[in-house]
Design a protein around this ligand. Structure first.
Ligand code: GLC
Length: 572
């Protein structure tokens, strides 16, 4: 059942701010996780009306666009990354009319709206998968997904040895309508997320329809989920994991070398065939006015390979996870900035930068973890060497001040502008991430970065919604981090973000370049971008700032002394 097209009469607002240079080359894009941003109806789950009501706060922050994590019809086994209808809104988030209001309001505030597209897999509740289950082996319906015979005498063994990203086997055996055991289907993620067969033209045609459905409704583009996984190596060969014990061996995605080796060698990541799909999508986007964009979530390594996703006829942006994974260290940061600028500029694309998202430990906690306990998929009460919140926040502020001075486009994750830490001590009973369940609690999963936002320090649920309900419990003490407790308060994290975003715009840093300067030793990242000189001290020894008017300091500094874990911007 193809998506019903919806014909929007393009409004004047869209074009009043949508002309001129290619906006996405310099944009600051703010990720909204709809479950946790703002709840208008008081059921404890964020919703689209809640987002619309809070958009003025994002205009005041100074961002250019929002990216909405999935709000589509979904049984929510993976927080909406399990889509049961690509062309509708789940009732827990509202309706298509709420989406239209959100887009209209955002455009009136000169904020573009990017939606999340989840094309690697659907929900097992999707009618296409249900039809595949009901249809016989070898049918056209089954061919939309990846069904295979099992190995072993009775087909009792999975077709190959692939493991799910969330832990456990990547194959599940189905039961035939007559009760006998049947074929197996592939799910690189949860059992409720069957992978599509993207070699099938019918699948491709359906997704062209999905793109048009949201573009017609005014979406400014798509963040493409698992954009490195849609094509699998022919014959689905076995894979020997680089580390013991699984596809990621239970290891952290932030452990140096792990993601690199896995991303390079697994027969389901970064297969050359994916690019044909994006070239096709690019043609669809280019039919629309107003510079609609595609942004790849591609956990690929090294950066020059990520750049393949943003060649001129493919996507516009790709997330720079190498940057996210870089420790708070001068030499490592200089190297990743150089590598990023070189790799992306070689294909004429802007580099992107990102420090946090809904899948990783918030950087206000992550940057205070030691190399031994870095965890991409969550930390919890029993993690060894828990991060120091004071050190973490100070480094996070310094790291953000560094990131927002870099040329290109930056992504922010909701709540980082409040300095929110990872919530480490969530009660186990409240956890929802499939990673937690599929590893029997061995990996805590990603709930700790998904806790609903505090808006008003003294309101129930800290103003997340009109009641005290919150789908994940908010920590006591978050009142002090609430937006209203920081708004207009000199030195607050929120004011630091606002200042950085305003200066970034005024000095056109997004269009600039990095001209390295030295003079302070290895742990100091020192460069000029146009009219601004940036000094980020990742070490512990204070340094004397060079000459120049102080434009921004990530911590209030006394005189001209820049302490460790602090960043300053000076007028060049
Ligand atoms: C992406 C999403 C993540 C989701 C997974 C499966 O990595 O960012 O949240 O669980 O894809 O869709």
């Amino acid at each position: 059942m193809p998506c019903k097209r919806f014909h929007v009469v393009e409004n004047a607002v869209r074009f009043s701010f949508m002309t001129g240079t290619e906006w996405w080359r310099t944009a600051v894009i703010y990720q909204i996780y709809p479950r946790s941003f703002a709840d208008a109806n008081g059921d404890g789950m964020g919703d689209l009306a809640g987002i619309t009501g809070r958009l003025p706060a994002l205009r005041d922050l100074g961002i250019d666009a929002i990216w909405l994590s999935p709000f589509y019809t979904s049984p929510q086994h993976d927080a909406g990354y399990d889509v049961a209808d690509y062309c509708d809104v789940d009732p827990i988030f509202g309706s298509l009319a709420d989406f239209d209001t959100l887009v209209r309001t955002a455009h009136e505030l000169a904020i573009r709206v990017i939606v999340d597209l989840v094309p690697n897999h659907s929900s097992s509740d999707h009618p296409w998968f249900q039809a595949a289950l009901a249809a016989p082996e070898g049918s056209a319906e089954r061919a939309h997904y990846i069904f295979r015979e099992g190995k072993g005498e009775m087909g009792e063994l999975p077709p190959n040895n692939w493991e799910s990203v969330f832990g456990g086997n990547a194959w599940t055996r189905v039961t035939n309508p007559d009760g006998t055991p049947g074929q197996w289907y592939l799910h690189l993620f949860d059992t409720t997320q069957p992978d599509f067969d993207w070699d099938n033209e019918w699948v491709r045609a359906q997704f062209r329809g999905v793109l048009r459905f949201w573009l017609d409704r005014g979406a400014d583009g798509f963040r493409v989920d698992v954009a490195h996984g849609m094509i699998k190596a022919a014959g689905l060969p076995d894979y020997t994991a680089p580390v013991e014990g699984g596809s990621m061996g239970g290891a952290s995605v932030l452990e140096p070398g792990i993601i690199a080796e896995w991303a390079e060698t697994a027969p389901y990541w970064a297969q050359g065939g994916v690019h044909e799909i994006y070239r096709d999508w690019r043609l669809v986007l280019d039919e629309y006015p107003g510079q609609r964009i595609l942004a790849a979530e591609a956990w690929v390594d090294p950066l020059r390979r990520v750049a393949e996703w943003v060649r001129p006829d493919e996507m516009h942006q790709a997330f720079n996870f190498a940057y996210l994974e870089t420790p708070w260290s001068g030499p490592a940061l200089r190297r990743v900035v150089d590598d990023s600028l070189e790799a992306f500029s070689a294909v004429g694309a802007p580099s992107t930068w990102v420090l946090s998202n809904h899948d990783v430990v918030r950087h206000a906690s992550r940057l205070a973890l030691t190399a031994e306990n870095l965890q991409g998929h969550g930390i919890g009460p029993k993690t060894a060497g828990l991060p120091d919140p004071v050190v973490g926040l100070q480094r996070a502020r310094a790291a953000t001040a560094l990131m927002l001075a870099l040329p290109g486009s930056s992504y922010l994750y909701q709540g980082e502008e409040l300095g929110l830490p990872e919530v480490i001590d969530l009660p186990d009973a409240s956890r929802e991430d499939p990673t937690w369940f599929r590893t029997n609690g061995e990996r805590y999963g990603r709930d700790g970065c998904r806790v609903p936002l505090p808006w008003e320090g003294s309101a129930p649920s800290y103003g997340f919604g009109p009641t005290s309900a919150s789908w994940l419990p908010q920590p006591a003490g978050w009142g002090a981090l609430a937006r209203d407790a920081q708004d207009g308060v000199a030195g607050s994290t929120l004011e630091l973000y606002k200042l950085a975003l305003r200066l970034r715009r005024e000095h056109a840093l997004g269009l600039g370049s990095v001209e390295w300067r030295g003079g302070f030793g290895d742990e100091v990242v020192h460069f000029r971008n146009g009219g601004v000189v940036v000094v980020a001290n990742t070490g512990t020894e204070p340094i004397e700032l060079p000459a120049g008017e102080l434009l921004l300091d990530s911590e209030p500094i006394a005189g001209r002394t820049l302490p460790g874990d602090t960043t300053a911007w000076l007028r060049a």
